[in-house]
Design a protein around this ligand. Structure first.
Ligand code: SER
Length: 521
């Protein structure tokens, strides 16, 4: 089943279960000071989990384009992408665990025709506050029974979920695994955030476990044998000053990556082998005269980053040195570094962006509408970096030899003179076993910011009333104040707003109680 069919089948399946399809949000988060990008389908739905009525009812479905900054470094392992399409279905205080798990398995086995023997599930193991999710365990056992599979609860872990239980697991016998930290989903840590126990579904690719990732394999192991294809969150709690408290309604928030579902339905173990990426991989192979298999990491970084850049620009992200724009810049420049490694000319990036528009515009019509803006922004950014990249690489090679550490000054020069985002320098250093002096780099960047005068370094223009020295100082002071508040009151303190004039700064934040005089001091 190709991506176009699968996307539609998922939505139609839930429509057949009386869900309404809702439109997706833009990738650049709007009206949310805590978030730069929409990174899962539930983000635009937050108010409705707490009881507000959604105009489309209480059973919803959609496909939400999402972007995860946390995964930038993970791209290259065959299964991570920064940009992905999250297929989601939601119950807003309507159905709960039984319907959710039964329908999801019905979709996987009857519609996608996955072999249930290759499906595994994790559940919440319970902690001091919320008990073990025995309800989901019983439901899952019944589901597997329908397919003549005895699903026993195997060893999970109450400790570090990444490390797993550290025992040899018989995967023919055990199918359900309890974890704690891995199976509590929350949007964030601030007071007011929502969360709840979740249950993740894993597809067994059949790969041999690689002991590099730990002696024994487990479903959350990073070796790539088991790949998570969906997550059912039982969104039932809200964070208060006292801790997690029950919401007035029980919700379901399901999300599963389209790319990984297409992978599983085609019996593959790598998302870059699906039709969602094949055009780009083929194009890079042709242009570089190299095989994907021999340079998989660079191929994947380029393909992922071009897709992400196209979607981010279409949704209003313009390459720059701050906030969302910085990520667009970083993605494009990083992809160029990898094209350079493959000896491919930079114009390939623009060609690839056109392939993305061609492939995705039947579903995302806004890509065609924004074709020109996308091309202009990409060409601009490619031009800017191609002017300095060679000199920058030369500079990097020259400075990297002293004690195997690249000084803050050199990282700073690479940043300001040659346009190398910090993370790219860091990645190049890592490849060569060098370290970089980040602390010193940050110090220099801050000094640089505070001496920049109005109209000078455009790249540091930060949306302040003006760029006078007083304003910049007050802006820096807002950051210090934010940090001080987090230390005195707790890490839940988040900036809700800020306003700076040349006389004073204002900083809005949420505190559930009156602050003491000592705290204010
Ligand atoms: N919010 C959950 C996740 O991101 C499920 O949609 O995994």
């Amino acid at each position: 089943m190709n991506s176009l069919e699968l996307r539609r089948k998922f939505i139609d399946f839930y429509i057949s279960k009386k869900h309404k399809e809702i439109s997706a949000a833009l990738l650049l988060a709007e009206n949310d000071p805590t978030l730069l990008f929409v990174n899962s389908g539930m983000f635009p739905l937050v108010p409705y989990f707490s009881g507000e009525k959604h105009p489309s009812g209480n059973r919803l479905v959609n496909s939400q384009r999402s972007f995860r900054t946390d995964d930038i470094e993970e791209v290259g392992d065959g299964r991570h992408t920064t940009f992905f399409e999250m297929m989601g279905n939601w119950s807003l205080g309507n159905y709960f665990k039984k319907e959710q798990l039964n329908w999801w398995y019905e979709f996987l086995v009857e519609v996608l025709e996955l072999d249930p023997n290759r499906i595994y599930q994790s559940v919440f193991a319970g902690d001091d506050i919320v008990e073990k999710d025995n309800e989901s365990i019983d439901i899952l056992k019944e589901i597997f029974k329908k397919y003549d599979i005895t699903a026993e609860v195997g060893p999970g872990t109450r400790g570090d979920g990444n490390k797993g239980p550290n025992v040899d697991i018989d995967f023919n016998k055990y199918r359900i695994f309890p974890y704690i930290d891995k199976n509590w989903w929350k949007r964030g840590d601030a007071v007011g955030e929502l969360g709840g126990p979740d249950s993740e579904t894993f597809y067994d690719t059949g790969r041999i476990h690689d002991p590099k990732y730990g002696k024994y394999c487990h479903v959350n192991c990073d070796c790539g044998r088991f790949i998570e294809i969906g997550n059912s969150v039982f969104m039932q709690y809200k964070k208060t000053v006292q801790g997690w408290e029950e919401l007035s309604q029980k919700n379901v928030d399901f999300g599963g990556g389209l790319e990984r579902m297409v992978m599983a339905s085609n019996n593959l173990s790598n998302v870059f082998k699906t039709d969602l990426f094949s055009d780009y991989i083929e194009y890079i192979e042709k242009k570089s005269n190299k095989k994907y298999e021999d340079f998989s990491s660079s191929f994947e970084i380029i393909s992922d980053h071009v897709r992400a850049s196209v979607f981010l620009i279409a949704d209003g992200g313009i390459p720059s040195n701050k906030d969302q724009g910085y990520f667009v810049r970083r993605l494009i420049r990083r992809a160029l570094v990898h094209l350079r490694k493959l000896d491919v000319e930079f114009s390939a990036f623009l060609d690839l962006s056109k392939l993305v528009i061609k492939k995705m515009s039947p579903v995302y019509t806004s890509l065609r509408k924004n074709e020109e803006t996308i091309a202009e922004n990409i060409s601009d950014e490619v031009d800017k970096f191609s002017n300095t990249i060679e000199k920058g690489v030369k500079y990097f090679k020259k400075v990297a030899h002293v004690n195997n550490i690249i000084s803050g000054e050199d990282v700073f020069n690479l940043f300001t003179t040659y346009g190398f985002p910090l993370e790219i320098t860091e990645e190049m250093a890592k490849e060569n076993n060098y370290k970089i002096d980040k602390e010193d780099f940050y110090k220099r960047i801050n000094e640089h910011k505070s001496i920049s005068r109005k109209g000078s370094e455009q790249k540091f223009k930060s949306g302040l009333a003006n760029m006078s020295e007083v304003t910049i100082k007050l802006h820096t002071a807002t950051h210090l104040l934010h940090e001080a508040l987090r230390r005195v009151l707790g890490t839940y303190v988040e900036q809700k707003g800020s306003n700076i004039t040349h006389e004073r700064l204002r900083f809005d934040f949420f505190c559930p109680r009156k602050m003491t005089q000592e705290e204010i001091n």
